[in-house]
Every structure is written in C-alpha cells, then in structure tokens.
Design a protein around this ligand. Structure first.
Ligand code: ADP
Length: 167
C-alpha cells in the first residue's frame, strides 16, 4: 500500500515557507499531492491556473510530488486520490484554533483521514502569503520571501495591475 499524503492550500502566492513544508512532507510519503484549493469565494491575487503553474515549476525536481487541485470538500478529494493523511503547517498559536477545528471537522466527516501538523521552520515562521502580497503591493522587498520564479510572477502581476489602473 502506497502512503499518500495531501498538502492543501491556497498558495496565493507560494512562499519559501510553503516550499520548506513541501520538501519536508515529501519525505514522509510515497506520493505527496500538493493540492490548490479552487475556491470562488476568495478573490485571489493569482488565478487558480497561475498558482498551479507556480507550484509545478517549483516542485519539478521532487519526483514524488504531484501538483493538483480540488474543489469542494477536502475529505472527498482525499478519498478520490486514495490519501489517508492531510498535512498542514503550524506557524504560531494563532494557526492552532483554526487548524484544530478543520482537522476535527474533517475527521468527523471521514474517520479514515487524519491530519498531521508540521511545525514551521523558525526562519519562515512569520511568513504568510498575505504578508507577501501586502509587501509587494506597497513596493517592499518581497523577493526574500519567495523563490525567484515566483518573484517574476509577482513582478508581472504588479505590472498587469498598474496597467489596468492606468487604463
Ligand atoms: P490556506 O488558505 O489553506 O491556509 P495557505 O496557502 O495560506 O492556505 O497555507 C497552506 C498551508 O501552508 C497551511 O497549512 C499553512 O499553515 C502552511 N503555511 C503557510 N505559510 C507557512 C510558512 N511560512 N511555513 C510553514 N507553513 C506555512
């Protein structure tokens, strides 16, 4: 039986903290699905396809990582790909409340699926996609928070937004 894990998230955009998690989680499973949530209720900076592409580029050298996407319930997606484990990152106590309720809800919905938490590496513990978006929007040095390929995507997105504003 293959050990299959899922690392779900919005990844808007992917940060060095996410990459650290993916590299560490990939060592725990035969196959790790990095699954982008396709959620219409949020208005993301990057489209769903852009986020998938960014992750594909970043993970192409990790052979047991598959980038995928899902809509609807995570436990249904887990069943579909045959995964028994969801991986989430815990940065600080502020993540805990939300994460524990999600984990317990998912377990109530599907008792075969467990959530495991990896504590974040201290150097990325403060980092979130929303911080990166904000720093980028206000002209700060976001490049230190993301890999170069993502930094280029942010550059183009900012340019796109500027052009739209000037039209
Ligand atoms: P979501 O909207 O589902 O929280 P995110 O893309 O923000 O999606 O995060 C996906 C997962 O990555 C979550 O488990 C989150 O705790 C974790 N994560 C986010 N930032 C970091 C980081 N800097 N270090 C480690 N894990 C992180």
């Amino acid at each position: 039986m293959k050990k299959i894990g899922i690392y779900p998230g919005s990844f808007d955009p992917v940060t060095k903290g996410h990459i650290d998690m993916i590299e560490r989680a990939a060592k725990l499973f035969d196959v790790l699905y990095v699954a982008v949530l396709n959620n219409n209720s949020k208005s993301p900076l990057f489209s769903f396809n852009e986020r998938v592409k960014m992750l594909e580029e970043i993970t192409r050298d990790i052979p047991n990582v598959k980038v995928d996407s899902f809509e609807g319930l995570l436990v249904d997606y887990a069943d579909k790909v045959g995964a028994c484990t969801i991986v989430r990152g815990l940065r600080a106590v502020t993540d805990f409340e939300y994460e524990i309720s999600m984990a317990q809800t998912n377990r109530t919905l599907n008792g075969k699926i467990d959530t495991v938490f990896l504590t974040t590496s201290p150097e990325y513990a403060y980092l979130s996609s929303s911080t990166v978006r904000e720093v980028a929007m206000y002209g700060g040095d976001f490049r230190q928070f993301v890999p170069e390929s993502v930094a280029r995507c942010i550059d183009s997105k900012l340019k796109e937004k500027m052009e739209a504003r000037n039209e």
